[in-house]
Design a protein around this ligand. Sequence first.
Ligand code: ADP
Ligand code: MG
Length: 454
Amino acid sequence: MTALLELKKATKDFRGVPAIKDVDFTLEKGEIHAIVGENGAGKSTLMSILYGFYTADSGDIFVNGKLEHITDSRHALGLGIGMVHQHFMLVDNFSILENVILGAEDSAMLAPSLARARKELKRLADEYSLDVDPDAIVQDVSVGQQQRLEILKALYRGADILILDEPTGVLTPEEADDLFRVLRVLREQGKTVILITHKLREIMAITDTVSVMRQGQMVTTMPTADTSPERLAEAMVGRRVLLRVEKGAAHPGKTMLEVKNLVVNDDAGVPRVKGVSFTVRAGEIVGIAGVAGNGQSELLESIAGMRDQKSGDVILNGQPLSLEGDDGAARARLAGLAHVPEDRQREGLVTQFEEWENNILGYQDSKAYGAGIFLDIGAARKEALERMHKFDVRPANPRLKTASFSGGNQQKIVLAREMEQNPDVLMVGQPTRGVDIGAIEFIHNQIVKMRDAG
Ligand code: ADP
Ligand code: MG
């Protein structure tokens, strides 16, 4: 039997550096095929070659056994290969229907064909149980709905193979479950799905086949039923990885942080945190869970002094913290409250700075570095290098621009800076978002270590 899609010995370099090298990939009709691998493994590059965004430097693509030279994404769609983009490819102030037809056929905006398009959209929505309101404006609907729209767009354009690149990163757990239901329906209706993810739970739950990439190469392909999260993690990282954090029982000591009746507004003046109180003791890790957008970000930002409070108290180590104003965050830090912000790139780092500069960011006036204009650059760089070794930041070069480190390494840079202050309380927002499993293991262990150190 010929495979639906076959890629042989595909290679693609960027400025002489191979992103993928001699990759073979086979897709069978009607399967949900996962591709996993750490950040930078080459997954997106491989997919971009399939849907015509890049052309490979060498290698062959066969669709239904026939050699094809895919030139662009319109060509790929003509062969039935469609990419389900993330929501930012949509026109926010257009309706769902308008977004579906935009660019699909040149005259679709004309009234008669608009009516036809509406009918076709309804038919597709029914067939694949992708319930949407065609007249809803994109910016008013949830991210989950926007993703359905992207799937409908691909189906409307005749895709038989749907490629989804990290589709659940932006979804709530409920929305992710709903996406999985939709993917199963697509498979039942004869479609084929390529799902890129590094979430092992998702792979085990819904895929038929899984391929693992590592450093630009295809390491292995196997039926999902024949593998396990542990084996996949090992294939991805190239060594054994503990998926569970090994930790003993906590021994909580005295109260370190008290938050009382905190009220915080968002940028639009809408209350997001409405009278929240909680206590954190020394030697314990307190988790704050919830679907994004329910006030967690505002809560953390206000306790860290980055966002003013409407009312309430934050008491650190018995002392009320005054957090108002532009230097609130600096005062919180001085008082012994370290913070790893949710958005490391915008709030935790200045990515245009060199690594060693970020290593002292927020602490640059501390005596340890000679203070202010008398900054002891040599000492600062030496310390940065030591921390890079301790936190396994790669490459361990403090003179590199911070933007050139991967997401996981950037997160370690922020963690190293905040943890090494030896704070009384450490607040960490989304510590492992977008971070590879090898680094997740490391970060979790560091946090537990801090807990055990009190
Ligand atoms: P993944 O999707 O698995 O995270 P990518 O395919 O995005 O990996 O990247 C593979 C490698 O190719 C990485 O080292 C990345 O830095 C590099 N790369 C990807 N796209 C480009 C590009 N447009 N220019 C230069 N390098 C790139
Ligand atoms: Mg990618």
